[in-house]
Design a protein around this ligand. Structure first.
Ligand code: ADP
Length: 441
């Protein structure tokens, strides 16, 4: 960034200097040309007013203007264009001047002017001619630098100015970038401090976004850490139990009538481990951001019906009545995930129910949206706990969850599936009255 600002500033400065130099040279040269012309006019008029060249019998050999007027070339031309006198060269050597534009103009209009490139490179010769009263023409001329040489002569000073300005620009850009970057660096240092206000209003959305992302990253890292700790703890309990019962059996320390109970405990804990591992695998698959699940048009009613047989067996085992009613309704989704969702919600409704209780599952269309509802008249969930039940390993009724083979991950999986289907889930529950879980697609 610093390098870029430096380059841009220096670039702008060099462009500005080049434009200024070009403009000033042009203006200066116009004024200079004007001055040269004015000087020539004055010289010609002065020479004319002396009436020195008016007498025709003047002896041209006696005229000597060369020493006094070395800068000024004076040429006296006769009516026929022959050069009668020239202070710079012998008049015999000079050709007839009838073809010179300033002489032609002077013969016609009384005065004539022209500028020609001088023999010496980089110089122009300015001519001014006046018609004298005796019909001859007096011409004065002087050499002056042309535009290019004026420019060339200015190059060393221009180069010096450019160097000074580049040095100043580098200094200024250094200060500017420092001033610009300081608040951004401060902002980066204060990312976690929510009271810190960025000094640039324009940076506010950027800062909020970064801060939100930062918080997300921190909380995701914390959630991962908590999850790993919870998983280890959850795995350890059944493994410790299995190991303990196996040790007792191995050491022949169990009475014959206890053995059956120990085998049952080993099987129960092994099943618990299996359910846990299954749920962890499901969650980690749902967590994978790189893989998009295959979505199809799926009949929600048919999908729920397919889960009912197995769930009815579970309900009967707990002395709970399970009923289902529904109308064919299409949703865009993943069939396996939708089955998982229905099974988890219904399993909970059976698990946290009372003997003789009932569970109603329904699929209907409400306000143009497919709605899945699982209602039970079981133990219910206190309002204060309702916002936490979707957290991983969060259990309201810990002993019942463990005793009935719950992993504490069912609703976390449900929440994930609901989000992936762009749906919403609502909990209506009151302790002792029952729970209704509503998923709106
Ligand atoms: P679990 O495997 O323990 O059932 P879940 O994530 O499925 O875990 O549910 C989290 C907690 O929410 C459960 O432990 C239970 O206390 C409570 N819960 C879930 N569904 C119901 C329900 N229908 N009635 C009462 N409590 C429920």
């Amino acid at each position: 960034m610093k390098k870029k600002i430096n380059e841009r500033l220096v670039g702008i400065a060099v462009l500005a200097i080049a434009a200024t130099v070009a403009g000033i040279t042009f203006i200066y040269y116009s004024l200079f040309q004007k001055q040269v012309r004015a000087d020539l006019t004055v010289s010609a008029k002065l020479l004319k007013d002396t009436r020195y060249f008016e007498s025709v019998d003047i002896d041209t050999n006696s005229i000597d203007l060369s020493t006094d007027m070395s800068e000024l070339r004076v040429t006296w031309v006769g009516e026929d264009g022959t050069v009668l006198y020239d202070n710079d060269a012998s008049e015999q050597m000079l050709s007839n001047h009838n073809d010179r534009p300033e002489i032609i103009e002077a013969f016609e209009k009384g005065i004539g002017e022209s500028v020609r490139r001088s023999d010496t490179m980089n110089k122009n010769t300015f001519y001014y001619a006046v018609l004298l009263d005796n019909g001859t023409v007096l011409r004065v001329a002087t050499d002056a630098q042309n535009l290019w040489s004026v420019f060339i002569s200015g190059i060393p000073i221009i180069a010096l100015i450019i160097l000074i300005i580049i040095a100043v620009c580098i200094g200024i850009s250094h200060l500017l970038t420092q001033q610009l970057l300081n608040p951004i660096e401060m902002m980066a240092e204060n990312l976690e401090n929510s009271d810190y206000e960025s000094p640039y209003k324009e940076l506010d959305p950027f800062m909020h976004m970064i801060r939100a992302q930062h918080i997300d990253i921190l909380s995701a890292a914390k959630a991962r850490q908590d999850f790993t700790a919870n998983v280890s703890h959850e795995l350890k309990t059944p493994l410790t139990a299995i190991s303990g019962y196996a040790q007792l059996l191995e050491g022949d320390m169990a009475l014959e009538d206890q053995k059956k109970h120990f085998y049952q405990e080993i099987r129960k804990n092994a099943n618990r481990l299996l359910s846990l591992i299954n749920d962890i695998i499901k969650l980690s698959e749902l967590d994978r951001k790189d893989h998009e699940p295959a979505f199809d048009e799926i009949d929600l009613c048919e999908t729920v019906e397919e889960c009912m047989d197995e769930l009815t067996v579970n309900a009967n085992a707990r002395n709970v009545t399970l009923s289902f009613e529904g109308e064919p309704l299409l949703v865009r989704g993943n069939k396996d995930m939708l089955k998982e969702l229905v099974e988890n919600l219904t399993q909970n409704a059976i698990r946290y129910n009372n003997p003789g209780g009932s569970v109603e599952v329904s699929v209907k269309c409400s306000e143009g949206r497919p709605v899945l509802m699982v209602r039970d008249d079981g133990i219910g969930i206190p309002v204060s706990e309702q916002h936490r039940i979707f957290e991983r390993f969060y259990r309201v009724d810990k002993s019942r969850s463990k005793e009935t083979g719950g992993t504490g991950l069912g609703l976390a999986i449900v929440k994930h599936i609901v989000e992936l289907h762009d749906a919403r889930i609502k909990v209506d529950s009151a302790p002792g009255e029952g729970t209704t879980m509503t998923v709106v697609f």
